[in-house]
Design a protein around this ligand. Structure first.
Ligand code: NAP
Length: 245
């Protein structure tokens, strides 16, 4: 049988129970990776894993709150006990806040930054030692077009968190490069998921339609595959032409 591109690779996908993260888990699994969904929602997480297994993929779920370093460490402990070292991390978990600047209180600011930005740092910090030891790793951070444009609907907390993800990506990329670890970001535009339900804006997109979670999954696959071995510290925009720079 032909060897799949990601065979023997172990991939953690945060927020992988639904939406973009689930599509990423499915696509990496399809291409041979063992996928570990680290998500706060155990109900959707268990359903996601049983669906992936039905499709013949090697999948696990560990309930994790990425904004809590103890929860992330606990997830890693369980992953090491069951699966082993991690080769691929996709920091995808995120929440949206679409309120105006004056309506965002300190606790919602802290929550959005805590999940979208600090969560990516806590997970990367927990997983990078595996990658350094093995002299191989692929990290992909799911940022957002909102971090590039200031956001059309997204609030300042979301926008700031995603702009922060670009800096986080470059800083980790620099630090990790000498260990054979690449770190890149994907900046999706408007993708049809629960997060963007009701945002009818397809006619504003130059390509004429909203993106699908699979569009992002394919880009993540590219970045973690040997096709992108010489890329690090980069941002790939996947937005149907909605923002060009
Ligand atoms: P989604 O459908 O809302 O899914 C997000 C997943 O993350 C959910 O399963 C959610 O669990 C989980 N999650 C929330 N807080 C978490 C935490 N503290 N720890 C672990 N998991 C947590 O979102 P999506 O549209 O797929 O977006 C995925 C990523 O893409 C996000 O980072 C988002 O900012 C980014 N993005 C999306 C778009 C878009 O158009 N959809 C555009 C640009 C960027 P619950 O079920 O409990 O909520």
């Amino acid at each position: 049988m032909e060897k799949k591109t990601l065979e023997n690779r172990h991939a953690v996908i945060t927020g992988g129970s639904r939406g973009i993260g689930y599509a990423i888990a499915g696509f990496l699994g399809e291409n041979g990776a063992t996928v570990i969904i680290a998500d706060i929602n155990s109900e959707t997480g268990k359903t996601a894993v049983s669906q992936l297994r039905k499709e013949g993929k090697d999948a696990y779920f560990y309930e994790t709150d990425v904004s809590n370093p103890d929860s992330v460490q606990n997830m890693m402990k369980r992953v090491h006990e069951t699966v082993g070292d991690i080769d691929i991390l996709v920091n995808n978990a995120g929440i949206l806040d679409d309120r105006g600047v004056l309506d965002i209180d300190p606790s919602s600011w802290a929550k959005v930054i805590g999940i979208n930005l600090s969560g990516a740092h806590y997970c990367s910090q927990a997983i990078v030692p595996d990658m350094m030891k093995n002299r191989f790793g692929r990290i992909v951070n799911i940022a957002s077009m909102a971090g590039q444009t200031g956001g059309f609907k997204a609030g300042v907390d979301y926008v700031s968190s995603k702009a922060g993800v670009f800096g986080l990506t470059k800083s980790y990329a620099r630090y990790c490069a000498r260990y054979g670890i690449t770190v890149n970001a994907v900046a999706p535009g408007l993708i049809e998921t629960e997060m963007t339900k009701g945002w009818a804006a397809a006619d504003e997109v130059p390509l004429g339609y909203l993106g699908s979670p699979l569009d992002i999954a394919k880009t993540v696959f590219f970045l973690v595959s040997p096709l992108a071995d010489y890329m690090t510290g980069q941002v790939l925009s996947v937005n149907g032409g909605l923002f060009m720079y």
